[in-house]
Design a protein around this ligand. Structure first.
Ligand code: PHE
Length: 385
């Protein structure tokens, strides 16, 4: 079924604030730098700002909901929209200001792309919260591309998109116990607006920057789907945003997750495809079911190596992704054993290669696999078997 909300008339134009930005030159090869040229090619693509792409359609859908729901006495939207903030942020913005402790795994180089010790690609749009507060914004949405080093499968890609929202009040305006019910109502309304009549459930969660913290799940296609994280902002986060007499709430929602569910998109790599058979299926303002085009055959190759204690699966995944690009579909651990005498651990991974647009030849895949092998050989973490 086709769903359209545009025809109902958008009451407000979405006023977004764009800021031109520059990307620092990474010190490739230095110990504290793990961004790659391939990852940096995504910076500035701003897929979320293409109103004809599924991500852009969902982003506008969320903005539209806020513009309709929160209107001030002059009939203007209370919310300011941001969608072009620099994805290159400081550790202060991404972590410190949000009370994320120094030993939090999200800060590790295995999980995050760094330019240097203090500069990184944002891992979440929460990185802009205190900056936007300091600039005087109390109600805002901030959408952008986020980056995380992760496993490789149909739902994980090192680039993804989030929309952050915060609603902050002067303490004199609303009592503290207004916040949580307001947050829940707002989000239940958002779910109803986007997904229609679906069952929802709230689970306790934990984020260093909110208390209480919650996760919202919806029943979708017969199973519970995690949709977003949210909570009441901690006092110290507001202080870091120069807000001393305020309280409020925030949430962050992943756009790929929503778009994959609503448009029935089976593989996260498709968002990055410029294949016309994909892009031509979408129209601004409409949610349609994706008609999958014929899949070209996959070709898998196994690879086995000894690992040393510093091995991290994300480093291996990133090595494969950096070598094979979007031709890699999944990377799965298929076997693992510990040598009974030496205690050394060996792992065997199956790399599945598939192109959306053509049949891959065995020679071509062998060549990529050889390059993967060469890079493993050069890595101190792994020893080919
Ligand atoms: N930034 C969190 C994430 O990426 C989501 C979140 C946003 C949670 C705002 C609470 C408040 O998972």
């Amino acid at each position: 079924m086709m769903r359209s909300w545009w025809s109902a008339g958008r009451q407000f134009s979405t006023h977004t604030i764009s800021q031109p930005f520059t990307v620092p030159k990474p010190a490739f090869g230095s110990k504290s730098c793990n961004v790659t040229e391939r990852i940096l090619r995504n910076v500035g693509k701003n897929l979320h700002n293409n109103p004809k792409s599924p991500l852009g359609i969902i982003k506008l859908r969320i903005e539209d909901y806020f513009n309709r729901r929160f209107v001030d006495s002059n009939g203007k939207s209370e919310f300011q929209m941001f969608d072009s903030m620099n994805p290159v942020v400081s550790t202060k913005m991404c972590f410190d200001d949000l009370l994320i402790p120094i030993d939090h795994p999200g800060r590790n180089m295995t999980d995050t792309f760094y330019f240097d010790e203090k500069t990184l690609l944002r891992t979440h749009t929460s990185a802009h919260e205190t900056e936007l507060m300091r600039a005087g914004n109390l109600c805002f949405l901030a959408t952008g591309d986020c980056y995380r080093r992760d496993e490789i499968d149909s739902r994980h890609y090192p680039v993804f998109h989030q929309t952050e929202a915060a609603r902050i009040f002067k303490k004199s305006e609303v009592p503290e116990d207004f916040l949580l019910p307001d947050l829940k109502q707002c989000l239940e309304g958002l779910v109803a607006d986007i997904f229609g009549d679906v069952e929802t459930r709230w689970n306790p969660d934990s984020f260093p920057f909110t208390d209480p913290s919650l996760e919202l799940e919806i029943m979708y296609n017969g199973s519970w789907m995690e949709l977003l994280g949210c909570g009441v902002l901690r006092k110290d986060v507001l202080k870091n945003g120069n807000l001393h007499d305020h309280h409020g709430w925030a949430f962050g929602i992943g756009l790929e997750r929503v778009a994959m569910a609503l448009f029935d998109i089976p593989d996260i790599r498709l968002f990055h495809s410029s294949d016309e058979r994909f892009t031509s299926q979408f129209t601004e303002g409409k949610i349609v079911k994706f008609r999958s085009f014929s899949k070209f055959p996959a070709c898998y190759k196994d690879i086995s190596f000894w690992v040393n204690p510093s091995f991290h699966e994300n480093n291996f995944s990133e090595l494969v992704r950096d070598t094979a690009g979007d031709l890699v579909e999944t990377v799965k651990l298929v076997d693992e054993f510990k040598h009974p005498e030496t205690g050394q651990v060996s792992k065997c991974y199956r790399i599945n290669y598939r192109s959306f647009s053509r049949v891959l030849t065995n020679d071509e895949v062998d060549e990529i696999q050889d390059r993967v092998r060469e890079r493993i050989e050069a890595s101190p973490e792994m020893d080919l078997r």
